[in-house]
Design a protein around this ligand. Structure first.
Ligand SMILES: Nc1ncnc2c1ncn2[C@@H]1O[C@H](COP(=O)(O)OP(=O)(O)O)[C@@H](O)[C@H]1O
Ligand SMILES: [Mg+2]
Length: 373
């Protein structure tokens, strides 16, 4: 099958009409960031912020138009809008909070993309997902950093099997820790695991800033952030302070039912951070004895919910003891069983996420805002 060309894609898109304007989306100049690679297509559709909520059908229509072309394996279209405020480099801040001098300098200027992995509540497998996605992105050839923003319950030292203290060659900045080819920083490297940390909000923010600013991350294609659980002020501040490219919501079938996933999603939408999609974790149970699948909580809930919330369903990860055991042992399943079915699931989800990130970045201008996605 011949590979699809950009020309063919543009042609297909020029048959898609903007419902509010009397023209097609190509001649209106709405398409940007077109990326075509081995039949995988990603692009952004630029719209005015106010129209975003009504344009999900247009996005779907554009995806379908491209999908119908021969040689197309996957299509990922995102709706983007310019941020309306100043938006410095990467446009990650400037959402109404005060601009304290110095403290507002952009963090992570050498990191090309930042993806937050979040959830409405704790214990849903956020850290497990974050570490496996980071490793999957690294296996795809990207330089990856993993930032553990869970100051009170850091998981990354254990999950990546890293012990010891970070070194500071110049006495000012620290080098990140490293394992399996990814760089990592976590409060867990700096305080003993069983020390109860009782901090107030501003101190937490100080710690986070320091871990980002004073760590020599170097050039990275992508940083994955394991967000703290829930949707409180700290989370909100992180989303405002960091130039996030997008967020991924992890949820279990139960919290999809209880609408906890919605809370996580709304937190990002509130601050104009693109939500790249939902991952359903512990989606179904795999019996360790017979390998049978049991859909204890029903099936398809997350998919339906994602559609209802106008975001993409990125995939489902089963509840399998092997996933827990490997990350408890400091050898997450993507690296310890690289050819197994679970690694494959994480690799596929990572590829989808990366497609979307590229569409957002290809959008050209810094700090695009996804309205619906
Ligand atoms: N898909 C899965 N299958 C089996 N166990 C899982 C899965 N995802 C997470 N776990 C386990 O559930 C517990 C909570 O996961 P964790 O990633 O720490 O959640 P969170 O970061 O959201 O608090 C951990 O013991 C982890 O090993
Ligand atoms: Mg966690």
């Amino acid at each position: 099958m011949a590979e699809v060309t950009e020309q063919q894609i543009i042609e297909a898109l020029s048959r898609v009409h903007d419902p509010d304007k009397k023209a097609d989306i190509v001649s209106l100049g709405m398409i940007s960031g077109l990326v075509v690679k081995n039949g995988h297509v990603a692009f952004a559709i630029e719209v005015e912020a106010a129209r975003g909520p009504h344009l999900e059908p247009l996005r779907k229509q554009a995806e379908k138009a491209v999908h119908d072309l021969s040689g197309v394996v996957s299509v990922s279209a995102v709706l983007t809008a310019e941020r309306d405020t100043q938006g410095g480099p990467k446009g990650g801040h400037g959402h109404g909070h005060g601009h304290a001098k110095g403290a507002d300098a952009p963090l992570l200027p050498h990191v090309k993309a930042i993806i937050a992995v979040a959830s409405g509540k704790g214990g849903v497998g956020k850290s497990t997902t974050a570490v496996n996605l980071a490793l999957a992105l690294s296996r795809s050839g990207l330089s990856v950093g993993l930032f553990d923003a869970d100051i009170f319950g850091p998981s990354m030292p254990r999950m990546l099997g890293i012990t010891g203290d970070p070194v500071s060659p110049d006495g000012q900045t620290m080098l990140p820790m490293e394992n399996y080819g990814i760089k990592c920083m976590s409060m867990g490297f700096l305080v003993p695991e069983d020390s109860p940390i009782v901090w107030r909000g501003p101190m937490v923010m100080g710690a986070i800033e320091q871990l980002l600013r004073d760590v020599h991350w170097g050039e990275l294609d992508v940083m994955v952030i394991d967000m703290p659980p829930g949707t409180g002020d700290t989370q909100l501040t992180i989303t405002q302070r960091l130039p996030l490219t997008g967020a991924v919501i992890v949820s279990t079938p139960q919290d999809i039912a209880l609408l906890d996933a919605t809370k996580g999603l709304n937190m990002f939408r509130k601050v104009d951070v693109p939500v790249l999609g939902i991952i359903e974790n512990m989606s179904y149970y795999i019996c360790p004895k017979c390998g049978d699948e049991a859909h204890i909580f029903g099936h398809g809930g997350a998919k339906a919910e994602a559609a209802r919330l106008s975001t993409e369903f990125l995939g489902e990860v089963p509840l399998d003891i092997a996933i827990r055991q490997t990350s408890d042992a400091g050898e997450p399943i993507v690296v310890s069983k690289p050819n197994g079915p679970h690694a494959k699931v994480y690799m596929e989800i990572a590829a989808k996420i990366w497609d979307k990130v590229q569409a957002i970045q290809g959008h050209g201008r810094k700090g695009p805002r996804i309205v619906m996605e």
